[in-house]
Design a protein around this ligand. Structure first.
Ligand code: SF4
Ligand code: SF4
Length: 281
């Protein structure tokens, strides 16, 4: 059996240690989320935001942090890894909903990828294989629901990238933790631009954004680029087609593997020799 992770932009077999750590994490994830959620609520109630600020930076060294991307970029990534000799994608329940309560909308939406697909299937029977086309269809539905495509990694390393979560700001703990303390989510490779001349002042963009980047003041739409994380959710529902995504100025790659998604054949392991063994390091 072969697992892959991304190291220095390339897909390579995942190590045994990595699989063990991630399987342990998956088995305990609902409990971890509940404990962190209760801790966050406690310190918020105690008005101790500096403590939360410190905790978020310390815990975030180990636990998952995410980079927000557009749905188009998530789809391009699925297309890229669909070229592997065995595509590593699985789906299971949203762990935040499982731990903290269901929302209206899709529940089976935790799309796990690469070594994350294998470790989640090993840890829980709730995770099942998902084909590339099914994954893309699901990502489209989740975009329609207004959820933020986010590539999650542990240890702040693209080598530990394991999931494309579709998050929102009512239930999902990482989004709420980020709003409370920061350092959990990072802006992605794109940012929105607004053409005010085309704006119909419908106000949809204000409701659509989970980061409060959009405003409608005195009938005039605005966007605070410093608050835009680059999810693209407000673009697809803009009545006046006044919004587009452009590359974020000054962006430096964090988790999303831009090179792999843009030119997958240059980055994927050669088949069958490099991925053909059942060896797990
Ligand atoms: S302004 Fe638009 S693209 Fe930027 S974070 Fe908000 S919804 Fe996403
Ligand atoms: S969604 Fe588009 S048209 Fe509507 S207020 Fe926002 S920018 Fe203007």
């Amino acid at each position: 059996m072969t697992y892959h992770k991304i190291r220095n932009g390339k897909l390579v077999p995942a190590g045994r240690f990595q699989m063990m750590v991630d399987t342990f994490y998956v088995r305990n994830e609902p409990t971890i989320i509940r404990v962190l959620d209760a801790t966050t609520r406690f310190f918020l109630k105690a008005r101790a935001r500096p403590v939360l600020w410190l905790l978020s930076r310390l815990i975030g060294i180990v636990l998952p942090t995410g980079e927000v991307v557009t749905t188009e970029r998530a789809l391009a990534f699925i297309d890229a890894i669909s070229l592997l000799d065995r595509t590593e994608i699985a789906v299971g329940p949203c762990m935040c909903q499982k731990a903290l309560g269901k929302r209206n909308g899709t529940y089976m939406k935790d799309i796990v990828i690469l070594y994350g697909a294998e470790s989640h299937k090993m840890a829980s029977p709730e995770y099942t294989d998902l084909g590339p086309d099914e994954a893309k269809r699901l990502l489209g539905e989740l975009h329609h629901e207004g959820l933020i495509p986010t590539f999650y990694c542990c240890l702040r390393s693209e080598g530990w990238m394991y999931a494309i979560c579709s998050c929102e700001s009512k239930i999902c703990f990482p989004v709420r933790a980020h709003q409370a303390a920061g350092a959990v989510l990072f802006p992605g490779p794109d940012v929105v631009v607004l053409n005010s001349d085309r704006c119909t002042r419908c106000g949809t963009c204000v409701d659509r954004c989970h980061f409060a980047a959009n405003t409608l003041t005195n009938g005039s739409a605005g966007v605070d680029l410093a608050k835009c994380y680059g999810c693209g959710l407000c673009v697809s529902t803009c009545a006046g087609q006044a919004r587009t995504m452009i590359p974020r100025p000054g962006y430096s790659q964090r988790y999303y593997p831009i090179g792999l998604a843009a030119n997958p054949t240059a980055w994927l392991p050669a088949r069958p020799s490099a991925v053909g063994s059942d060896r797990v390091n």
